[in-house]
Design a protein around this ligand. Structure first.
Ligand code: PMP
Length: 436
């Protein structure tokens, strides 16, 4: 494929795209576990694209479903009309969702799913006559996309500070990353009491001012921060006690990443809403969704049928091509047992990952399901440099990893073999030895 000589017009100012422009790394095709670069090299995908291609790349069943749907019904307006696939996909999602989660709202991305869930939370309380419940609670180092709601509840100061005042009335729980848990295999024992900070925030503002708490069950893109044992249950207990909605942002953990369809099932904690995207369509077509309980659905379905009580929806909500991709994706996950495969691979993945302990600058290793992080000691005065160097060398060595500052994160497609895990971690070991 011809690569244009002029790379100026396409702009992603707030990402590491700047470094890309000075040294382009062009991907031109993909198959299963591998990308092919413009110069013909094979790259083993250690990140499922951007945590989304859970079934691997260019899977024929998904590709063919998309091609057939584009030719059959390309678009159908989502308001006052519908098409069968939107209902079929919603039913299939509900089938694999935790018990008690049984309605699906479609949007186009994780960011939209988060903003939608926050709006639903505010409107839910208002619909029940609880209009004073407007406060929202996120968590430090939480990532919830880039919408105004998402960056407000998100716990990354850098993502907020250029944008002045965002949503007001937002508090953040402490993050769950304790130094004493370094090199713990799987879920750490220490730290469930970090959830008790929620009681302090409730006491400060009054429960009747708080609408919702939103957390990633396991923080992904800020460096794979695992919830300590008992932590999520405690959040559930406290939110329930005070009538506060609990939202799990499962944009990364949804669709098999931890060995269950959703992290909610893995941890045995059912929230009031789940946001998802990414793995929903295997990354092929943009699509996100908010999954809600019947209680939330019912709160809006009162009053005369023709009165619009609450408007929220997108032109592309439930787009037929996206729905076709979603159905073929869920079928692929189910036919190939991918929603539980991370549980089968977990111990191999864990041992491979923890074999990196002791290599230069490795200060922590974290893992769960088929996700993992290797944290490197940053260079004084140059945060992120060591991580970025590792990323570039890894790419040169033929593996794709993701870096967040000096933290390397990996979340390979769920079709990865044990031999490919060994290859991925073996190459990363060589990179780390040479990045000293
Ligand atoms: N929430 C979480 C937990 C995410 O990881 C992401 C994306 N990394 C988002 C929301 C935003 O999703 P999108 O980029 O599709 O808007």
């Amino acid at each position: 494929k011809a690569v244009p000589n002029d790379l100026r017009a396409f702009w992603m100012p707030f990402t590491s795209n700047r470094q890309f422009k000075s040294a382009p790394r062009m991907l031109v095709s993909a198959k299963d576990m591998h990308y092919t670069t413009a110069d013909g090299r094979q790259i083993l995908d250690g990140t499922a694209g951007l945590w989304c291609c859970n079934a691997g790349h260019c899977r024929p069943k998904i590709t063919e479903a998309v091609q057939a749907q584009v030719a059959e019904l390309d678009y159908a307006p989502a308001f006052q009309m519908g098409h069968p696939l939107a209902f079929e996909l919603a039913n299939r999602i509900v089938d694999i969702a935790p018990d008690g989660i049984d309605h699906v709202f479609y949007c186009n991305s994780g960011s939209e799913a988060v903003d939608t869930a926050l709006k639903i939370a505010l409107a839910y309380h208002r619909a029940r006559g609880d209009a004073a419940r407007t406060r929202l609670i996120g968590r430090e180092r939480g990532y919830h996309g880039v919408g105004f709601g998402g960056i407000s509840v998100g716990g990354i100061v850098n993502n907020r500070r250029f944008f002045g005042s965002l949503l007001t009335g937002v508090d953040h729980l402490p993050h769950t990353h304790l130094p004493e848990n370094a090199f713990t295999k799987g879920q750490p024992e220490n730290g469930a009491n970090l959830a008790d900070e929620l009681e302090r925030i409730v006491a400060l503002h009054g429960a009747d001012t708080i609408a919702a708490v939103i957390v990633e069950p396991m923080a992904g893109s800020t460096g794979v921060l695992l919830p300590p044992k008992g932590y999520l249950q405690r959040l559930r207990d406290i939110t329930k006690k005070h009538g506060i909605l609990l939202i799990f942002d499962e944009v990364i953990t949804g669709f098999g990443r931890l060995g269950s369809p959703f992290a909610a099932q893995h941890f045995g904690v059912v929230p009031d809403m789940i946001t998802c995207a990414k793995g929903l369509t295997n990354g092929v077509i943009p699509m996100g969704a908010v999954l809600t309980s019947a209680a939330i659905h019912d709160a809006f379905m009162q009053g005369p049928e023709h009165v619009i009580e609450l408007f929220h929806g997108y032109t592309y909500s439930g787009n037929p091509v996206a729905c076709a991709a979603g159905i073929a994706t869920l079928e692929t996950y189910q036919d190939e047992g991918l929603l539980t495969r991370a549980a089968q691979l977990e111990s191999h993945w864990q041992e491979a990952l923890h074999s990196l302990k002791g290599l230069p600058n490795v200060i922590d290793i974290r893992n769960m399901g088929l996700i993992g992080a290797v944290e490197l000691q940053g260079i004084d005065g140059e945060p992120g440099k060591r991580g970025f160097d590792a990323f570039v060398r890894a790419y040169e060595a033929g593996i794709l990893i993701r870096v967040t500052g000096d933290i390397i994160a990996m979340s390979p497609p769920l079709i990865i073999s044990e031999a490919q895990i060994d290859e991925l971690i073996g190459k990363l070991a060589e990179v780390l030895k040479s990045t000293a």
